[in-house]
Design a binder for this molecule. Structure first.
Ligand code: AP5
Ligand code: MG
Length: 190
């Protein structure tokens, strides 16, 4: 089973992916985490992308496509991936379909977490006291939210056409959201 989870910054993608990964023995593939690792390790790529990420913009489609293909092409992860933060625009959504086809896989369910900007600001402010993410301040969080809003409608339409899209209210507690997602995934496992 391969799962896509998307939603605005601070929606709970990472929190819920982590839970789903453990529950269903899947691998959490967070493009944000992979990109931050490159920055932390000061790789050539990391140095190229740090200013883009820290200003709340998207890095190029090619960069993230190359990162995710490494996982999709690896038989260890075959049909065991949760895409946390990918796709972020229509081009990435069609690219993901093509990459999965190339390696004889598909998406089984797409989860959209809906959260208001007010809640996002609150969560990101809270997290900024716990973690040192350079993009976790109010100004950049709003920028990240705007980037999300600008690109998201075509993705929603794309997945509505395939009947894979399930929208989850991301405003409730972590465990309530866990339960809802578990039910949705249980439903497709049949
Ligand atoms: P990324 O790392 O994906 O950041 P994001 O989308 O802004 O989302 P976050 O990781 O901030 O939030 P989350 O939804 O994972 O929430 P979390 O579970 O942590 O991307 C960062 C950057 O990388 C992008 O801006 C872009 O530059 C680049 N990038 C990444 N992917 C890319 C792509 N595909 N293409 C191009 N560029 C890309 O929760 C947030 C906080 O809230 C936590 O403290 C958590 O404990 C708390 N919380 C979670 N759920 C709840 C709840 N229900 N109630 C109360 N608190 C909660
Ligand atoms: Mg995250």
């Amino acid at each position: 089973m391969n799962i896509v989870i998307f939603g605005p910054p601070g929606a709970g993608k990472g929190t819920q992916s982590n839970f789903i990964a453990k529950k269903f023995q899947l691998h959490q593939l967070s493009t944000g985490d992979l990109l931050r690792k490159e920055i932390k390790n000061q790789t050539k790529l990391g140095n190229e992308i740090s200013s883009i990420i820290n200003s709340g913009n998207l890095v190029s489609d090619q960069i993230v496509s190359d990162l995710i293909e490494k996982y999709i092409s690896n038989s260890i992860y075959k049909n065991r991936l949760i895409f946390d933060g990918y796709p972020r625009n229509l081009n990435q959504a069609t690219n993901l379909d093509n990459l999965l086809k190339k390696y004889d896989q598909k998406i089984d369910i797409v989860l959209k977490l809906s959260v208001s900007l007010k809640t996002i600001k609150k969560r990101i402010l809270e997290r900024s006291t716990l973690e040192q993410r350079e993009d976790d301040n109010e100004e950049i969080a709003v920028k990240r939210f705007k980037t999300y809003e600008k690109n998201i409608n075509p993705i929603i339409e794309f997945y509505e056409q395939t009947n894979l899209l399930k929208t989850v209210n991301g405003e409730t507690t972590i465990s309530e959201i866990n339960n809802e997602i578990r039910g949705l995934i249980g439903g497709i496992k049949g």
